[in-house]
Write a protein that binds this ligand. Sequence first.
Ligand code: SF4
Length: 352
Amino acid sequence: MTRSGRENPAVLRPLLLDWFTRSQRSLPWRHTHDPYAIWVSEVMLQQTRVAVVLDRYREFLERFPTVQSLARATEAEVLTVWSGLGYYRRARMLHRGAQQVCAEHGGQLPGTFAALLALPGIGPYTASAIASIAFGEPVAAVDGNVERVVLRLVGADAGQGTVLRRVQACADQLLDPDSPGNWNQAMMELGATVCLPRAPHCEACPWIAACATRGEHLTVKRPPMRSVAVAYHWTVRGAGDRQNLLLVQRDQEQTVMAGMWELPEAADHAHDPAQPLLRLRHAIMQMNYEVAIYPGEATLRLPSKRTFRWVTQKQAQALPLTGLARKVMQRLGWLPARKSLVAAPKIKAQKM
Ligand code: SF4
């Protein structure tokens, strides 16, 4: 793995830090020293694009400005504000983490990698990022972007298991101990904006002279996307301000999006003679959903045991909706494209 001078930190550090000073994007979490706000940003940025996180980050901190306010909220309130960001386990863990911080650390986020790692939902990457950015602890944060940069820099193939295990050691070696937070953000920025997965912009890279691969595409191979057709009912009763839309709740036992609210599924859509109101695509992880929305009858038969609600447009904003349900409701004008969820009204469940 080692090549002469290629991982020489004394050469590489000033190159990257100078580039970061000149080229970094102005992101709101880079203008705060509040460990809680940095924690929120790191959790949101896991598996979610910066452009999506930007608005949601502001909205989340507007609704839960402190770790105490997040700890006091109900899980449903947290999921409602998180709705549309996906990977809802992150929101649940963040919420539990806030409660643990209040119960065990006096409402102050602990300031070391080891202590952060003990909180729910915080793995080695997130603990390193928070410890270095918020508290200046010299620990290298390795996410997918950083892993790709290191592998390309040193010319290692991502398929080599032993090499993968050494990426953290190599990142530790590169880390600038005098500026660990800045360093980690610079590495992430290089991976996110220059050393891109498919077509790296090597001509703009501060490490091009030292890089072993200079654009050879050494990345972890991902499985191809799969497509599946799904259909849902759009069932409305009443008129004007009294219009209600039928939503059903996902079982609490389900492994994904448990307890969240969605449109009722249309089982026999393949033979449905009605024209869909809407067709759209929705991607979750490696799945492409081809979605059709059919008009439903107010007498729609739901599977027993499913909890359902008739909700107004205002009430829908107070529910933790699945990302797909939110997208459909926005496309059909039931919800605004994006709206602050602060002070949304509470509603009661109805019986079958
Ligand atoms: S020169 Fe190209 S491949 Fe190498 S680290 Fe820079 S962007 Fe990545």
